[in-house]
Every structure is written in C-alpha cells, then in structure tokens.
Design a protein around this ligand. Structure first.
Ligand code: 0X9
Ligand code: ZN
Length: 305
C-alpha cells in the first residue's frame, strides 16, 4: 500500500499474469496497446476465466492525469482482487459474468514526471509549439472535441486539448483498443481524483442522456454500497452539471462513439483536505470502498440488464 513507480507497476502486472497461469480459475493476459512519446509502453491486462468469448466486458482505465496517484493504485487493487482473491464470492461473481480489461496507467510519461520532476503535473509529455509540453489526455478524445468547452487551445495551459482530437498516443491507444473490442462492452470507467464523484456523460453539454436514468440508478446503487464501507459520501450526476464542462473527455467518447452504455468518470478521495496529495495510509480504505462500489455496480448490472 504505497504509490508505485511505473516499472514496479509493470512488474506487478507481469507477476499477476504468470501467477494466474499457474491456476485454473483465472487467466490474466497482458497486452501493449500503445507507446508514448517518451517510449514507454502502455499496458493493459485482460482478466477472465478464459471459458467463454461472449461475456459482457468491463473496461477500466487509470492514470490519465499524472498527479492523481490514487487512480493507478486503485486499479491495481482491482487486479489484485480479481487475480489473487478468487475464493471470495464477490470475485467469483465478477469473474463468472464479466471479462475485465484494465489499463492501470494510460499516461505513464506524465505519471513518471510527477514522481521525478513535478508532483502536480497533469498532462502527458509530448512537446508543443512555444516550448510548452503536454496535452491534457482527457480533453483529446474525438467526440464533440472542442477546446473552447472546458479545454484550451493554449499549448501552455494545463487543459490543452491538443491541436486536433486524437493527436496523442494515449487517447489513440485507448480508442484503437476499445473500437477493436467493444462488442459486448457494457461498462467503461475512467478513474480520476479527487472530489468523491460518480459522474456520467455528457461533459460537453448540459443536456441529459436519453438513458440517463439507467446510469443514474446504477451509480446510486454503487455509491450507497461504497458509503457502507467507511462512510465516504459520493455525489452522483452528469459531469457537466455536477462539475463543469470538459469537451473531449473519455467517458463522452466511450458513450457517444464507442456506444458503451454505462460510461462513467470516477473521482476518488478526497474532497478538499489533501486533494491530489492523498496520503498513502488512505490507499487501502479508498480502494476497499471503491471496490465495494464496483462490486455493487456489477451485481446490479446483472439484475438490471
Ligand atoms: O477535468 C477532468 O478531466 C476531470 N476532473 S480532474 O480533476 N480529475 O481533472 C473531470 C472529467 C469529467 N467530465 C466533465 N466534468 N465534463
Ligand atoms: Zn483527472
């Protein structure tokens, strides 16, 4: 329960894969889905029972924003549960009914930079005009992409949307993988911090989804289970209405372009106190409660869909 560097995360994934192959209850397979500007490989892990090709799929990414360290930490907790806790009844249910696709760190260049140079770095590390570095990966997706709606066309801004949509390796890698695998993909989660929010599209407009009540319902089920664990309160709602508009974000793209019905942005702990600098002693409780929410979501989905 410490914040790991990217090479440690990759070691963890390598071990999860090889350990799973020594069991017959779970199969974890790694896949490189892209290579960043600085040459780091973006790794995904597919966790399944390897028994049926037609299960519903759930996709989860973390580490889109460099400084949000709790996000990769939580995705590793999910992987740990699914691979090493297979005698647990919840884990059994999750593996029996779903295939899991998890990218712990979509933006490893930024993540490493936030460890070595600037703790509060947000963007990736690809160079721009005017000597400024980095694009906000969560403004670079190509569904209603618009730098004037909660992004920026200033390459020096922390919210730089890129010169075009999908100009960045990270957003393109996610796009390519999902479009090649989105048959039966029922849920998409992008894990961020902070604010304790369970958000659904749209992020580019105030308008509500046609099926917003379905997304709202499962989000409410999830956050009430989450709250039972350690008392942590979450707010549910449309991302524009609850937070602010942010065109080019990934859950809008997952919903609008990839057609994944239950697309969410999670903002984990905390609310104001530590913000991005969440202490390591909160990794465990944060992961436990969010896992509880995710389990409740998955079970409710089985009943609801
Ligand atoms: O601004 C973002 O990209 C997300 N918040 S963060 O503090 N993690 O940077 C929120 C994205 C959710 N979508 C919208 N609010 N539109
Ligand atoms: Zn974020």
């Amino acid at each position: 329960h410490t914040y790991l560097r990217y090479d440690e995360i990759r070691n963890f994934l390598r071990n999860a894969e090889s350990d799973s192959l020594r069991t017959d209850v779970v199969r974890a397979e790694r896949k490189i889905i892209g290579t960043t500007y600085e040459g780091r490989e973006i790794e995904l892990i597919h966790i399944s029972k390897g028994d049926s090709p037609n299960k519903k799929k759930i996709f989860i990414d973390g580490g889109v924003h460099a400084r949000e360290w709790i996000s990769p930490a939580f995705t590793l907790y999910i992987i740990y549960q699914l691979v090493y806790n297979t005698s647990n009844d919840d884990v059994k249910t999750l593996l029996n009914h779903f295939d899991w696709y998890i990218v712990p760190v979509l933006n490893p260049d930024g993540y490493e930079y936030s460890h070595t140079q600037n703790r509060l770095w947000r963007k990736n590390r690809s160079p721009n005009r005017r000597g400024c570095v980095g694009t906000d990966v969560n403004r670079n997706f190509g569904y209603q992409w618009n730098p004037r709606l909660g992004g920026s066309s200033d390459p020096c801004s922390d919210l730089f949307s890129g010169n075009t949509s999908f100009s960045e390796e990270e957003s393109r890698a996610l796009q390519n993988f999902i479009l090649a695998n989105n048959d039966n993909m029922i849920a998409y989660f992008t894990v961020h911090s902070y604010g304790q929010l369970w958000l659904y599209p749209w992020g580019y407009t105030n308008a509500l989804l046609d099926d917003w009540m379905d997304l709202e319902h499962l989000a409410n089920v999830s956050v009430s289970a989450l709250r039972q664990k350690h008392g942590t309160q979450y707010t549910v709602g449309s991302s524009t209405r609850v937070l602010y508009s942010a065109a080019g974000n990934s859950h809008d793209w997952a919903k609008g372009e990839a057609g994944i019905k239950y697309s969410y942005t999670l903002e984990l702990r905390d609310k104001e106190q530590y913000g991005f600098l969440l202490p390591e002693d909160q990794i465990k409780p944060t992961s436990e409660e969010t896992w509880t929410g995710l389990v409740a979501f998955s079970k409710a989905l089985l009943l609801y869909e």
